[in-house]
Design a protein around this ligand. Structure first.
Ligand code: SAH
Length: 461
C-alpha cells in the first residue's frame, strides 16, 4: 500500500526538517482528548541556544535515558538548549550532551513537552512518505489482527456488524498528537500537537487516498491544543459531512454528533466492555452512570436487563440516547433517563433506599495529568463507595477510569478503599481496558489511559 522512495541519508549536521511557525496562534481549547498527560504546568521554557548553529535540541547530561528506552516525549526540563532558532512544528534532531543522535522529533516552543519523537532512525526522512508509511502501518495492524470491522456481517449475523474503529492512536501508532476515528465513511481527525499540525494537509491527503471517505471532519478542540499553543478548529477538512453520521457497533446503531459531541463524537474505546455488559445484564436492574449517548444502556437492554436507569449531566447526550434506543427498536418501557449530576443523584438514590443488581460507573477524566491525581482519587472513591452501597448482595459493579494520571494499580486501590468504607467484600471478576484498535506502545505507558474492573459484591457478609 505504501510507495517508498529510496531513503535519503542525513548527517549529524542535517538541518531541521520543517519551519512553519504556529507559535502566534490563539490559545483556546475545548474538550479534553487525552493526548497529553503528566505535564506539570509552568515548567521552564527551553533555553534558546546558538541561533546560527544547525537546528537541534541538545539534552542535559544524563537526561537521554528515557529516550534510550524509546519514550517519545522530551520534557522542557531535560533540554540544555535549542540551537538554530527553529519554529514550532519543525522536525529537529535530538542529541545527547555529547552530540550523539537520539531521535527526530517535532519541536514546540510553547509546550511543556518540548518535542515529540517521530523516528529513532537517523536515516529516516520525515516527509509525506514517512506519514504514508505510518498511516498504512496503522491500517495494516488493524486488518492483520482481524479487528471486528473486518468481520462486518460475517455469518449473516447482525450482531457482528461494526463500522467504527480508532484508525490512529497517536503516540502508540508512532504518530504523536494525531488521533483518527472512523464512523462508517466519515473520518474524524483530532490534532493535538504542533508537530502533527505542521503535517495536517499531508495527513488529510493520505487519509483521503487510503480510505476514500465521504468526509474528513476535524475536531481539533481539545485541552491539549491549548497547552501546545494551537488554535481551536472544528469543521470539514475534506468532502462533505453527511446529514447524519452513524456508528454501528456489534449491530447496535448510534448517532454520532461529530461536530458537537464529546471527543470525536463517540467513545469507541469502550466497545468491547459494552459488549461484555450485554452478557452480564439479563434479568438485572441496571444503573448506568455517565451514560452519554446510551452506550452501556443499550447493550444492557439488548442483553435482557429488567430495567435500566441511565444518568448523565448532558441533556444533549440524553436526547441522542433516547433517539438511539428507538433507532434500535429497544423496549423503552424498561428504560429511564435522568439528567442530573451523578454525585448528587447517587446520594438521592441512597436516601430513597433504591438498590440495583448491576451498576456501571464510566465517569469523565477526573485527572488529565498526575497533578490532579489526589483530587481525582477523592472523586473515584466517592462514586464507587456510593455505588457499592446501592448494590444488592451478589450484585455487579463495572467501574472505569480514563484518567492518564491514575494508574490501574492506584485505581484498584481506590476501589478497594471504597469497598472497605462501604462495608462490603468484593471480588474482581474482570480487568478491563480499551479495545485492540487503541494499542498501547510498550515504551509509552501513558497510552494505557482506560482501565476498568468488574466486581461482584459477595452476598451475606
Ligand atoms: N459511558 C459512555 C461514555 C461516558 S463519557 C459511553 O459508553 O459512551 C462521560 C460522560 O459523563 C459524559 O457524557 C458527560 O456528559 C458526563 N458527565 C460528566 N460529568 C458529569 C457529572 N458530574 N454528572 C453526570 N454526568 C457527567
Amino acid at each position: 500500500m505504501t510507495s517508498q522512495k529510496p531513503k535519503s541519508h542525513s548527517t549529524p549536521h542535517r538541518p531541521s526538517q520543517g519551519n512553519r511557525d504556529f507559535r502566534n496562534r490563539n490559545k483556546r481549547g475545548g474538550n479534553s482528548s487525552g493526548a497529553q498527560k503528566n505535564i506539570p504546568r509552568g515548567a521552564p521554557q527551553p533555553v534558546i541556544g546558538n541561533a546560527t548553529a544547525q537546528p537541534a535540541i541538545i539534552l542535559k547530561a544524563g537526561r537521554e535515558k528515557s529516550l534510550l528506552r524509546r519514550h517519545p516525549w522530551i520534557f522542557s526540563g531535560a533540554v540544555e538548549r535549542v540551537d538554530g532558532a527553529p519554529l514550532s512544528g519543525a522536525t529537529l534532531a535530538v542529541r545527547d550532551a555529547a552530540g550523539n543522535f537520539l531521535a527526530w522529533a517535532a519541536y514546540n516552543a510553547s509546550s511543556q513537552i518540548t518535542a515529540r519523537v517521530w523516528s529513532w532512525r537517523e536515516d529516516e526522512l520525515i516527509d509525506a512518505e514517512f506519514f504514508h508509511r505510518r498511516i498504512a502501518d496503522a491500517l495494516e495492524m488493524r486488518n492483520a489482527l482481524r479487528f471486528p470491522l473486518a468481520q462486518a456481517g460475517e455469518r449473516g449475523d447482525e450482531t457482528t456488524l461494526n463500522n467504527g474503529m480508532r484508525l490512529i492512536h497517536a503516540e502508540s501508532d508512532g504518530l504523536p498528537g494525531l488521533v483518527v476515528d472512523r464512523y462508517g465513511d466519515t473520518l474524524v481527525i483530532q490534532i493535538g500537537s504542533a508537530g502533527a499540525e505542521r503535517w495536517r494537509d499531508v495527513i488529510a491527503d493520505i487519509l483521503q487516498e487510503l480510505f476514500i471517505p465521504a468526509c474528513i471532519y476535524e475536531r481539533s478542540d481539545s485541552d491539549s491544543r491549548a497547552r501546545e499553543g494551537l488554535e481551536t478548529r472544528n469543521g470539514v477538512l475534506r468532502g462533505t459531512l453527511p446529514d447524519s453520521v452513524e456508528v454501528v457497533e456489534h449491530g447496535l446503531r448510534f448517532k454520532v454528533d461529530v461536530a458537537a459531541g464529546q471527543k470525536t463524537g463517540f467513545y469507541l474505546d469502550q466497545r468491547d466492555n459494552r459488549a461484555l455488559t450485554q452478557t452480564l445484564a439479563a434479568g438485572r436492574d441496571v444503573l448506568n452512570c455517565f451514560c452519554y449517548t446510551g452506550g452501556f444502556s443499550l447493550y444492557a437492554l439488548r442483553g435482557g436487563a429488567q430495567s435500566v436507569l441511565s444518568i448523565d449531566a448532558s441533556g444533549d447526550a440524553l436526547h441522542i440516547a433516547a433517539e438511539n434506543m428507538a433507532r434500535n427498536g429497544l423496549d423503552s418501557a424498561r428504560a429511564e433517563w435522568l439528567e442530573a449530576d451523578v454525585f448528587q443523584a447517587l446520594r438521592k438514590l441512597r436516601d430513597q433506599g433504591r438498590t440495583f443488581d448491576f451498576i456501571i460507573l464510566d465517569p469523565p477524566k477526573f485527572a488529565p495529568t498526575a497533578a490532579f491525581a489526589e483530587k481525582a482519587a477523592r472523586g473515584y472513591k466517592d462514586i464507587n463507595l456510593l455505588g457499592f452501597k446501592l448494590l444488592r448482595p451478589g450484585g455487579l459493579l463495572a467501574t472505569y477510569s480514563c484518567s492518564g494520571g491514575i494508574s490501574a494499580e492506584l485505581f484498584q486501590k481506590i476501589v478497594a478503599g471504597a469497598a472497605l468504607d462501604a462495608g462490603v467484600d468484593a471480588q474482581v471478576v474482570h480487568h478491563l481496558h480499551a479495545g485492540a484498535d487503541h494499542p498501547v506502545l510498550l515504551s509509552f505507558p501513558e497510552g494505557e489511559y482506560l482501565k476498568g474492573l468488574v466486581l461482584r459484591v459477595k452476598a451475606g457478609n
